[in-house]
Design a protein around this ligand. Structure first.
Ligand SMILES: CC(C)[C@H](C(=O)O)[C@@H](O)C(=O)O
Ligand code: SF4
Length: 467
């Protein structure tokens, strides 16, 4: 047998039919659904008189539009948001799919709920009408976003038409230095490859620094594969993965667990597998980073200065000028002198329990800067409950943070949590596009620990000085 990558193995195990030009019909093991990209898909089924083919493999949860203040039990003010969430409610019940409504403690961001409930397992194909589906690749699942018409296709057939991507290996060797996290890894990789570097590829992240990460950290890394342009990100499963999964509500049990484990242990890239592209980064070379511009590739170590447009080449000069202008920054200004007024800790990138622990560790016994607006939005109701049990919520509240209910929140401006014009936020989310967190709002992407540090000092801060 010819050697295969992990991606090749999962792909081969799911091809139901392959046409001559390589276009394939893939079987889909898990279909996650949220309120933004599913209403038309369900409506299409309804109009055609079709059913959901595999409701037991379909999981729905509202996340983008839901308010995160406790008074959300009284309903959603914004009519557009309300329509989307109510449509999901109706569709989930009518079509009989698994559903976690806002009133359920298990509700949260779809990419946090799936793994948490044991829906996401190694070797699976996982899709969702959402680009950050890449998150689930942390389990060694082939997971990626799809469009609304594909959502309808998967709902109706449990299959997806796909062309195979190329194989790319991103190796992070050795150990990380203190203060450096999974978020710094994933942003640094994009800094190296650019936002188009992964286009046409599925990335497998490997190396000692990746192996050393918890499942939470691995999800953070894979979450941003899409920001580097890749179709999906993958990490081969190992004991860390199996320990995380075991005992979760929808994980296999008993003899099924043993059988699954036997297969999962074959899910790695063979030694002499072929890679179309390889990138290697030394773990010790990665610093705590921050973005200065309006693209995730605009990333630098926190010790750096705001770059000048002339530092870039070709078309990137104009992009840098525009970024600096939008962000209101001057070349040569130390990044640590950039003052911020808002801190957002949350999102499918960094809204898990370990992220909250890392931020709380920095905040313990401290207060946020006067006038700072700071909020923690746990990625799910269960993350929230656990953080309360561990005393993290008290640390956040005593420091001056708002302690919110689960949802996408200020990661994107689809709900009441938004930046106002000119506001500047240190955010643990994954996109710093113009207006992403609110009209004319400005975003600096950072790790949870770096966000916490900035909340205390009032400016972008090297977290290592607070450790
Ligand atoms: C709303 C949704 C389609 C979108 C995505 O696909 O990623 C959102 O989750 C985002 O992060 O921008
Ligand atoms: S948290 Fe942000 S990135 Fe993740 S699904 Fe929600 S909007 Fe998209």
């Amino acid at each position: 047998m010819s050697p295969k990558t992990l991606y090749d193995k999962i792909w081969d195990a799911h091809v139901a039919h392959e046409a001559e030009d390589g276009t394939s019909l893939l079987y889909i093991d898990r279909h996650l659904v949220h309120e933004v990209t599913s209403p038309q898909a369900f409506e299409g089924l309804r109009m055609a008189g079709r059913k959901v083919r595999a409701p037991e493999k379909t999981i729905a949860v509202p996340d983008h539009n839901v308010p995160t203040t406790p008074d959300r039990v009284n309903g959603i003010d914004n009519p557009e948001s309300r329509i989307q969430v109510e449509a999901l409610d109706k569709n989930a019940k009518e079509f009989g799919v698994h559903y976690y409504p806002v009133s359920d403690v298990r509700q949260g961001i779809v990419h946090i709920v799936g793994p948490e409930q044991g829906w996401t397992l190694p070797g699976m194909t996982v899709v969702c009408g959402d680009s950050h589906t890449a998150t689930h690749g942390a389990f060694g699942a082939l997971a990626h976003g799809i469009g609304t018409s594909e959502v309808e296709h998967v709902l109706a057939t449990q299959t997806l038409i796909q062309k195979k991507s190329k194989n790319m290996k991103v190796e992070i060797t050795g150990k990380l230095r203190p203060g450096v996290t999974a978020k710094d890894i994933t942003l640094s990789v994009i800094g190296e490859t650019g936002t188009a570097g992964g286009t046409g590829y599925v990335i497998e992240y490997c190396g000692e620094a990746i192996r050393d990460l918890s499942m939470e950290g691995r999800m953070t890394v894979c979450n941003m594969a899409i920001e580097g342009g890749a179709r999906a990100g993958l990490i081969a499963p190992d004991e860390t993965t199996f320990t995380y999964i075991k005992g979760r509500p929808h994980a296999p049990k008993g003899a099924q667990w043993e059988a699954a484990l036997t297969w999962w242990k074959t899910l790695f890239s063979d030694d002499d597998a072929h890679w179309d592209k390889v990138i290697t980064i030394k773990g010790e070379d990665i610093a705590p980073v921050v973005t200065w511009g309006t693209s995730p590739e605009d990333v630098l170590p926190i010790t750096a200065k705001v770059p000048a447009p002339e530092d870039f080449k070709g078309g990137k000069v104009d992009a840098a000028k525009r970024s600096l202008d939008y962000m209101g920054l001057k070349p040569g200004q130390p990044l640590t002198e950039i003052e911020i007024d808002t801190v957002f800790i949350g999102s499918c990138t960094n809204g898990r329990i370990e992220d909250l622990r890392a931020a709380a560790e920095i905040l313990k016994g401290k207060k946020i800067k006067d006038g700072m607006r700071a909020m923690v939005v746990p990625g799910s109701g269960l993350v929230r409950a656990q953080a309360e049990e561990e005393g993290l919520a008290d640390i956040f509240k005593e420091a001056g943070f708002e302690w919110r209910m689960a949802g996408c929140s200020m990661c994107l401006a689809m709900n009441p949590d938004q930046l106002s014009e000119g506001e500047r936020c240190a955010s643990t989310s994954n996109r710093n596009f113009e207006g992403r967190q609110g009209y004319k709002g400005r975003t600096h992407l950072v790790s949870p620990a770096m966000a916490a540090a900035a909340a205390v000092t009032g400016h972008l801060t090297d977290v290592r000085e607070m450790m």
